[in-house]
Design a protein around this ligand. Structure first.
Ligand SMILES: Cc1ncc(C[n+]2csc(CCOP(=O)(O)OP(=O)(O)O)c2C)c(N)n1
Length: 192
């Protein structure tokens, strides 16, 4: 949630934001909307196949800054979307890498399953850097709050951007799950 709040402070007004599935859209909806910004999401049937492709296709014919906020499984699953000669420098991909499908950590019954890590979370240690470099896209990364603030400034600096760029933000899935559950409990108990 901290990461999303920082991202939303940095995204310029009058731009386009695309959300992937599944935590990205949920966190996005919890963050107060930005003025003059269009929010898009290709959720399909909550699919991870195609959210990146749709966003990249849209950005290729858009004059505005297009930011795609996507999780790691969604990104790697649809990374072939980057093999495309119409990608322009208005594209900003923000990949929130929590090492798996963290959305499944919110479902109590699944979490108790002996195959949770392997088959539901599908946990991994992949990094996006070699993938985006292969497609001639710039790469930035952040693993702390301080780094994130600096990288977000770089991400939206027009003079620093000659090509599309991906910012990979590493987060801790266990912290994410604990905080999100706390939030849901607070809402149920109407403390907020
Ligand atoms: C094609 C397809 N396969 C599997 C799923 C099931 N599914 C829904 S969300 C999700 C995990 C998304 O993980 P990630 O993109 O890393 O986002 P996170 O929830 O961790 O933020 C999966 C596998 C799906 N929706 N579509």
């Amino acid at each position: 949630m901290q990461v999303h709040s920082q991202i939303f402070s940095a995204i310029p007004e009058d731009s386009i934001i695309h959300f992937g599935n599944s935590s990205a859209i949920r966190y996005g909806l919890l963050t107060p909307p930005k003025a003059d910004t269009i929010y898009l999401s290709n959720r399909g049937t909550s699919g991870i196949d195609g959210s990146l492709s749709t966003a990249i296709g849209y950005a290729s014919s858009s004059p505005q800054i297009n930011t795609v906020i996507v999780g790691d499984l969604s990104f790697f699953y649809d990374s072939n979307a980057l093999w495309n000669k119409y990608i322009k420098k208005n594209l900003r991909i923000i990949l929130i890498n929590n090492g798996g499908g963290n959305i499944f950590g919110f479902l109590e019954q699944l979490e108790k399953s002996p195959v949770f890590q392997q088959h539901f979370l599908a946990s991994h240690t992949l990094k996006a850097e070699p993938v985006v470099r292969a497609f001639d896209i710039d790469y930035l990364e952040a693993s702390s709050d301080a780094e994130l603030i600096e990288r977000l400034t770089e991400l939206y600096q027009p003079s620093a951007r000659e090509r599309a760029v991906l910012l990979e933000i590493f987060t801790d899935s266990q912290v994410n799950t604990a905080i999100y559950k706390q939030l849901l409990t607070s809402i149920k108990e109407s403390k907020i």
